[in-house]
Write a protein that binds this ligand. Structure first.
Ligand code: ATP
Length: 237
């Protein structure tokens, strides 16, 4: 599904170069759930941005769902991004004046789906996140956890090949965070491929595969026993 080999991403300014990713190698198979951990500034967001085709890279090769990314033009990258990737951000990124239906509808309109197909996708996605009865609500009428579930529904409605989540529970209290994590696990059990950056060690432990990023490289690559197990069985991969 995702195949990165020797990826480097260097940010350059007049005076300094920052090697945000260096010789970064990662393969993720369809159906995996991967937690990405590591200290602040280690390159986690840069990795997600490169993986999500939001940022370019300087060296290496990257195939997403069998498509080589190198050399693609911006319009091809946008099309691939819209088709294959669902993003979930810490701050939800919902449009406050749009109700839930219209928030989920907007990227589908952009992709040119007809009204019947859009309605089908929106209804199904809202059902998946347990908010089918609230499609006319505004984001401000929902809790933070519910807003994040809408953001997840928006990502799911695109029927992406992979979900990329950057600290999706970072703004939530522990109960709501747990509900969002349960939803992500349920989606993964139903077949979704998910890569999630988290600072929360308990969350990471609930996820079957963990990678740790330090100084732009993967330094630890552990596979844990699945969810709801506080005593991980670490197997070095
Ligand atoms: N647009 C940019 N221009 C210059 N340097 C950048 C840019 N974005 C990130 N960096 C640098 O690249 C390195 C990796 O940053 P990145 O945001 O990927 O880390 P992170 O692990 O996601 O951090 P955090 O956990 O704090 O979000 C850092 O040294 C950061 O300062």
């Amino acid at each position: 599904m995702l195949n990165m080999n020797n990826i480097s991403r260097i940010y350059r300014s007049d005076t300094i170069q920052t090697h945000a990713l260096r010789d970064f190698n990662l393969q993720v198979k369809a159906g995996e759930f991967v937690a990405v951990t590591g200290p602040s500034g280690s390159g986690k967001s840069t990795f997600l941005n490169v993986a999500g085709l939001l940022d370019s890279f300087d060296q290496g090769s990257y195939q997403l769902d069998g498509v080589s990314i190198q050399g693609l033009h911006d319009d091809e990258l946008s099309r691939l991004r819209n088709e294959k990737i669902g993003f979930i951000f810490q701050n939800y990124n919902l449009i406050p004046d749009f109700n839930l239906f219209d928030n989920i509808d907007m990227p589908l309109r952009y992709r040119g789906f007809n009204a019947t197909e859009r309605k089908r996708r929106i209804s199904h996605a809202l059902e998946q996140v347990g908010l089918a009865s609230r499609q006319n609500y505004l984001p401000s009428q929902l809790s933070g956890g519910q807003q994040q579930r809408v953001a997840i529904a928006r990502a799911l409605a695109g029927e992406p090949k992979i979900l990329l989540a950057d600290e999706p529970t970072g703004n939530l209290d522990s109960l709501m965070a747990r509900q969002v994590m349960e939803l992500l696990h349920t989606l993964n059990e139903a077949g979704s491929t998910i890569i999630m950056v988290t600072h929360d060690p308990d969350q990471a432990r609930s996820i079957s595969r963990n990678i740790q990023v330090i100084d732009g490289q993967i330094t630890d690559h552990s596979v844990y026993a699945p969810i709801n197990n506080n005593a991980p069985i670490a197997v070095k991969a």
